[in-house]
Design a protein. Structure first.
Length: 146
């Protein structure tokens, strides 16, 4: 007798558990339309957030890549200027042959410090890309002291 009452309680528990789980009025298991709509809405919102994060990461990676290229090109151009010797005062501009989407603008200014006994030229180099929307500027000083 004790055994039958125990199995009767388990059947009651099973019915209670299944009653709250999307059973239709006919008694067949499944999901209601409202549950499906809510699940799809949650999934859609999650995907939108994830795709936004991926898009932001791609934009940041592109910016980082372009900044690295601009830095490398500026270093190369400054090396060329230093190898040519003491630069003349003035302005120049051009396009990098290796990366045609990057332009350079060079300004050489005189800077005289009487106490040093030598003339110094300040070299400003600006590298631009994205049709001039983005830029990277570096400056150095070169003297004619020997």
């Amino acid at each position: 007798m004790n055994m039958s009452s125990s199995s009767g309680n388990n059947k009651t528990k099973d019915l209670c558990i299944h009653a709250g789980r999307g059973q239709s009025s006919s008694g067949t298991p499944g999901f209601t339309l409202l549950e499906v709509i809510i699940a799809v809405a949650i999934l859609g919102a999650s995907l939108a957030v994830l795709l936004g994060a991926v898009n932001k990461n791609l934009i940041l990676a592109s910016r980082s890549k372009n900044l690295s290229i601009a830095s490398s090109l500026a270093q190369q151009k400054l090396g060329e200027i230093e190898l040519t010797g003491y630069p003349e005062v003035g302005e120049e501009q051009g396009v990098f042959e290796e990366s045609p989407s990057f332009n350079w603008y060079l300004t050489v200014l005189p800077y005289d410090i009487q106490q040093l006994g030598t003339e110094i030229r300040v070299v400003l180099l600006t590298v631009t890309w994205d049709e001039g929307q983005k830029e990277f500027t570096v400056a150095t000083a070169i003297s004619n002291y020997r």
